[in-house]
Ligand binder design. Structure first.
Ligand SMILES: [Zn+2]
Length: 268
């Protein structure tokens, strides 16, 4: 960004991080209808090898890469998200897995979106990295857009929906286990190994899974449906090379969504 007074000391392709901007910077970006993305994750166990914040780091790091060289503001990630469930995130009994009740998450995200719309932002994006957040974020956006005007728009993007079956086949061949097994496994581990290798305990990557896989939830969850080490399938096939391919697919596809949904606003 070369506009006088903004980012003169930043590299040309540095992402616009909301917390580093000034109020006059934001006034200009709002006038220019520059979109803003809020990454939302969770503080949830991710096996012995990945950090609790994995679901926040992935959308945050992807958003920064999407924002490099294009007009997109990245808000500080929301690291706290919905409760972890045994079949999708291991469950709440793991030390460190803490979450917000749906009504609280809905209220926090809905309030922020409404406040950004009140300030004049036209184009908002919620980029989700935690499966259990999905329905609550939908309701948060409903709440946040209740008072928005017809020229204001919000998108909800789950990163895993932006990897097409063709991309999966190209990257994994026939060896992809399916998204239902993907917790702390190939995709999350690979992307963290590529984007945040400093946070991955590579020597602790392991196989995971439970004795019994159900297609329904049981309360309280019996021991045989729980993942003993917190890994849904296996982290062993993960690699930074797979991570690089997945991230490039996500950056390309999410960039394309912004260009299509916010024509003229998000272009580099
Ligand atoms: Zn995760």
């Amino acid at each position: 960004m070369t506009d006088a007074g903004m980012g003169d000391r930043m590299p040309a392709d540095a992402p616009l991080l909301l917390e580093t901007l000034t109020s006059p910077d934001v006034a200009k970006l709002i006038r220019d209808q520059v979109p803003l993305v809020l990454p939302v994750g969770a503080i949830e166990q991710h096996g012995p090898h990945l950090p609790l914040g994995t679901d926040g780091f992935i959308p945050y790091e992807v958003a920064k890469r999407v924002a490099a060289g294009r007009r997109l503001i990245v808000a500080p990630p929301m690291f706290f998200g919905a409760y972890s469930r045994p079949r999708t995130g291991g469950g709440r009994h793991f030390p460190g897995s803490v979450g917000l009740p749906g009504r609280v998450l809905e209220s926090v995200v809905g309030t922020l979106l409404a406040d950004w719309f009140r300030q004049g932002f036209r184009n908002l994006v919620v980029l989700n990295g935690h499966f259990e957040n999905a329905w609550t974020l939908l309701e948060a956006i409903e709440q946040g857009t209740e008072r928005s005007s017809p020229d204001q728009k919000a998108l909800l993007i789950h990163w895993w929906d932006q990897v097409s079956p063709d991309d999966i086949r190209r990257i994994f061949g026939e060896s992809f286990p399916g998204w239902e097994a993907e917790h702390a496994s190939i995709t999350e581990t690979s992307m963290m190994e590529y984007m945040r290798p400093d946070l991955v305990r590579t020597n602790l990557k392991a196989d995971g899974g439970a004795q019994r896989m159900t297609t329904y939830d049981i309360f309280p969850a019996p021991a045989d449906i729980l993942w003993p080490n917190g890994i849904g399938y296996s982290a062993l096939p993960a690699s930074p090379e797979i991570g690089e391919q997945l991230v490039s697919v996500l950056v390309r596809n999410i960039g394309r969504i912004l260009d299509e949904e916010f024509p003229g606003a998000a272009g580099a």
